[in-house]
Design a protein around this ligand. Structure first.
Ligand code: SF4
Ligand code: SF4
Ligand code: FES
Length: 332
C-alpha cells in the first residue's frame, strides 16, 4: 500500500523574549501516522531551532505537551495531523497551533503553569489526619477515587475552562477534581473542613457547568462530574450558607413543588433582600423586554411525571459515599 503523504501548513502562534506575539507559517509533509508533536519536532530540527514547546514522554503520560490545536486544548503527542485536517482533500491543509489559554505565555507554545500548580498546592493535596478518617478502604471507594487519580496535570481542562476565562482566581477543574480525590477517600480525616473551604468564593460553586473540561481531558477524568459530586457532598454535609448551595436548593425545591423555576423567588432566596435589590437593574432590563417572572407559579403540565421522579428519589436516596452516584453523565 502506498503511504499517503501530504503537504500541511502549520500556522504557529509564537512569542519571543520581547513578548510581541506573531504568527509563523511552516510547510511540512505529513503522513497518516504523523502526530502534531512529531511535526513540531521536525520543524524544530529542520526548519527553525528556536521554536519552543514542552514535551517529554511522547505517550500521553507526562502531560507536558498540552497546547491549543485547531481551537481546542489537546496533547500534541496524542493528536494525529490526519484527525485535524483531511489528508484526502485537494484544498490547502491548514493546522493552527497556539499556547494553552488562561495562563501567561512564557515563550512560543510554553505557558507559565505556576498558577495551575499553586491552586492545587494551596489546598493540601495529601491525606490529612482527623476524626473523619476510616481505616477500611473498600472497592467502592477505590472506584470513586480511581477516575480522578488518572489526571496527568496536562492543563487542557484549565486551558478550556470558561469560568477561568472570566475569573483567574477560580480554582479550576483540575484542582477541584484533585480535591474530590481526597474528599472521596475514606482515609481522609478532614472531609468537612475541605468541603467548607471549597464552598467559598472561587470554589465549587463558581463552575458554570459548561462541560468543556470533560471534552478536553485526554484521560477521562471528567472534572465537572467531580465538581458536581463535591457540591452534592457539601450540601449533604450541611454546608449550605452560600449563594451556590442556596441557588441549587431553591432550584430543586421549585421543581419538586411545581416543576417550574420561579425566578422571582429564586433571586430573593439566593441573594437575600439586599442582594436582590442589587439585581434591580437586571430586573428592569428584563421587564423592558417583557420578561417579568410571575410571583406565584402554577404547576406545569405533566407535573405528575416530575413528581414521580422526586418520589422515587425519596424512596431510594442516592448515597453519595457509594459508587451508585457514578451512574450516568453528571450524576451525583
Ligand atoms: S464545567 Fe466548570 S470547571 Fe469545567 S470547564 Fe466548564 S466552568 Fe470550567
Ligand atoms: S483533569 Fe484531565 S485535562 Fe485536566 S489536567 Fe488532569 S488530565 Fe489534564
Ligand atoms: S509528551 Fe508527555 S503527554 Fe505528550
Amino acid at each position: 500500500m502506498i503511504e499517503l503523504k501530504k503537504q500541511v501548513t502549520f500556522n504557529i502562534h509564537r512569542m519571543g523574549e520581547d513578548k510581541k506575539p506573531y504568527l509563523e507559517t511552516f510547510q511540512l509533509e505529513c503522513t497518516e501516522a504523523t502526530t502534531v508533536l512529531q511535526a513540531l519536532e521536525t520543524i524544530k530540527a529542520d526548519l527553525d531551532g528556536s521554536l519552543t514547546f514542552r514535551r517529554s514522554c511522547r505517550a500521553s503520560i507526562c502531560g507536558s505537551c498540552g497546547m491549543f490545536i485547531n481551537n481546542r486544548s489537546r496533547l500534541a503527542c496524542r493528536t494525529k495531523v490526519k484527525d485535524m485536517v483531511d489528508l484526502n482533500s485537494d484544498e490547502e491543509l491548514i493546522l493552527e497551533i497556539s499556547p494553552q489559554k488562561n495562563q501567561p505565555v512564557i515563550k512560543d507554545l510554553v505557558v507559565d503553569i505556576t498558577p495551575f500548580y499553586e491552586k492545587i498546592e494551596k489546598n493540601n493535596p495529601f491525606i490529612q489526619e482527623g476524626s473523619e478518617k476510616v481505616e477500611q478502604v473498600d472497592k467502592t471507594s477505590y472506584e470513586q477515587v480511581n477516575m480522578v487519580s488518572n489526571c496527568i496535570m496536562c492543563g487542557s481542562c484549565y486551558s478550556d475552562c470558561t469560568a477561568l476565562a472570566e475569573n483567574k482566581n477560580y480554582l479550576g477543574p483540575a484542582a477541584l477534581a484533585k480535591m474530590f480525590r481526597f474528599v472521596a477517600d475514606p482515609r481522609e480525616g478532614q472531609k468537612k473542613k475541605r468541603l467548607k473551604e471549597l464552598s467559598k468564593k472561587n470554589g465549587i460553586w463558581d463552575c458554570t457547568r459548561c462541560g468543556l473540561c470533560i471534552d478536553a481531558c485526554p484521560k477521562g477524568v471528567a472534572p465537572m462530574e467531580a465538581i458536581v459530586k463535591l457540591r452534592t457532598r457539601a450540601i449533604e454535609s450541611g454546608i449550605t450558607n452560600n449563594k451556590g448551595a442556596k441557588h441549587a436548593m431553591v432550584f430543586k425545591n421549585d421543581l419538586a413543588k411545581g416543576g417550574l423555576l420561579n425566578e422571582f423567588w429564586m433571586i430573593l432566596k439566593t441573594f437575600g433582600l439586599f442582594g436582590a435589590i442589587k439585581q434591580l437593574p437586571n430586573a428592569v432590563h428584563l421587564a423592558k423586554k417583557g420578561k417579568i417572572p410571575p410571583i406565584f407559579s402554577e404547576k406545569v403540565e405533566g407535573f405528575e411525571e416530575i413528581d414521580a421522579i422526586f418520589k422515587q428519589l425519596k424512596e431510594n436516596p442516592i448515597n453519595v459515599e457509594t459508587k451508585k452516584e457514578d451512574d450516568g453523565p453528571g450524576a451525583g
